[in-house]
Ligand binder design. Structure first.
Ligand code: GLV
Ligand code: GLV
Length: 332
C-alpha cells in the first residue's frame, strides 16, 4: 500500500490532469448516478482532500463523516453546493476555480443569446427535417442584437466579460449588482439601475450572480410578467435563481420572447414543458466546457490541494474563507 495522501474525487477529470493527480496522491475516484457522499467519505476516513463538484452537496452531515479532511477543492466557480460555514468551523479549507472559466462562460452566454435571437437551433431542426424549401423573405425572422439593451444581473468577472461581448455586438449595457462598478460606469458607460428597472428595461436579461437561498427564484412569475414581451432571459448561473415552471408557462404563453438556459432548477431534470417549446435553447450545464478551461480548472484544483496538503494556505480560497480574520482562522 501507499502512504500517499488519500484524495477523493467524485467525477473523472481530463486524463492529463487525472494522471498527474494519480502520481501525487492515492486518488480514490468514486463515480455514479446517485452518489451518497456521506457514505463514500465514511468508507474513507483517512481522506485528507475532497475534490467536489456542483452536483454533489457537501453538507454539514457529509462533513461529520470525514474526520481527517483538510480541504474541499470545488471544481467550479460557484460553490453553493458546499456548506462553507460548516467547513470553516471544522478548519477545512474551501477553494474554487474563479477566473479561468470567465471567458468560456461569457462565450456560452453569447452562444445561447445568439441561438435564441437568430433561431439557430430551430433553423437547424428545420433543415435536418427536410423543411427548408428555399429562401424566403420571412423565413426564421429573428431579433437584431445591435442596439438592444443588455441587462446584466451580477456584474462580477463573468458579468463584466458578458458586458464586453455585448458592447462588441452593439448593445447598450445596464446592470444591477451587489456593488457598484464605478470604473466600468466611467470607462465603458455601463449604467447601474435598480433591479426592477433592469427587469422592465432590458431586451436581454442575463444572470451572472452566485446562488444562495436569498436569491432563490429571483426570477419568478411576477418578474417575468414585468419583462418586455419580446425580451430574452439567459441563465448560465444557477438553475434555482429562476422559477423554472413559471418560466416554462411564460414561454408557452409568449409573455417573453425566448430564453437560453445552461442550468436548471432540478438538474439534471429539465421541466418537460420547456423541452417542447421552440423559443428556448437548452444546454447541458456546459458553460465552462472548453478543453482549455477544463484543463485549467483541473490544474487550479490540483494546486489548491497540493498547497493545503503541504500545510500551506491554499490559493483560490472562496470569499468567506478569504474574509476570515487571521485570529479566528484555526489554520493560519
Ligand atoms: C459552473 O457552473 C461553475 O460554477 O463553475
Ligand atoms: C464569477 O465568479 C463571477 O465573479 O462572475
Amino acid at each position: 500500500m501507499t502512504d500517499k495522501p488519500v484524495v477523493v474525487l467524485t467525477h473523472h477529470l481530463l486524463p492529463e490532469v487525472q494522471r498527474d493527480m494519480e502520481s501525487r496522491w492515492n486518488l480514490i475516484q468514486v463515480e455514479g448516478g446517485k452518489l451518497n457522499l456521506a457514505e463514500v467519505l465514511s468508507a474513507r476516513p483517512e481522506a485528507r482532500a475532497l475534490i467536489s463538484f456542483l452536483s454533489e452537496p457537501v453538507t454539514r452531515e457529509v462533513l461529520k463523516c470525514t474526520p481527517n479532511l483538510e480541504i474541499i477543492a470545488n471544481y467550479a466557480v460557484g460553490y453553493n453546493n458546499i456548506d462553507v460555514e460548516a467547513a470553516i468551523e471544522n478548519g477545512i479549507w474551501v477553494t474554487h476555480t474563479p477566473d479561468v472559466l470567465t471567458a468560456a462562460t461569457a462565450d456560452q452566454t453569447m452562444a445561447l443569446l445568439l441561438a435564441v435571437a437568430r433561431r439557430v437551433v430551430e433553423g437547424d431542426r428545420l433543415v435536418r427535417a427536410g423543411g427548408f424549401d428555399g429562401w424566403a423573405s420571412d423565413l426564421m425572422l429573428g431579433r437584431e442584437l445591435n442596439g438592444a439593451i443588455m441587462g446584466i444581473v451580477g456584474m462580477g468577472r463573468i458579468g463584466s466579460a458578458v458586458a464586453a461581448r455585448a458592447e462588441a455586438f452593439g448593445m447598450r449595457v445596464i446592470y444591477h449588482s451587489r456593488s457598484r462598478k464605478p470604473l466600468l460606469e466611467k470607462e465603458r458607460g455601463y449604467r447601474f439601475v435598480e433591479f426592477d428597472d433592469l427587469v422592465e428595461s432590458a431586451d436581454i436579461l442575463s444572470l451572472h450572480l452566485p446562488y444562495s437561498p436569498r436569491v432563490h427564484h429571483l426570477i419568478d412569475q411576477s418578474v417575468l410578467a414585468r419583462m418586455k414581451p419580446d425580451a430574452f432571459l439567459i441563465n448560465v448561473a444557477r438553475g434555482p435563481l429562476v422559477d423554472e415552471a413559471a418560466l416554462a408557462r411564460c414561454l408557452k404563453e409568449g409573455c417573453i420572447g425566448g430564453a437560453g438556459l445552461d442550468v436548471y432548477e432540478h438538474e439534471p431534470r429539465v421541466n418537460p414543458l420547456l423541452t417542447t417549446l421552440g423559443n428556448v435553447v437548452l444546454a447541458p450545464h456546459s458553460g465552462s466546457a472548453t478543453g482549455h478551461t477544463r484543463m485549467q480548472m483541473g490544474r487550479m484544483v490540483e494546486n489548491s490541494v497540493v498547497a493545503a496538503l503541504a500545510g500551506k494556505r491554499p490559493p483560490h480560497l472562496v470569499l468567506e474563507w478569504r474574509e476570515r480574520k487571521p485570529e479566528s482562522d484555526p489554520r493560519v
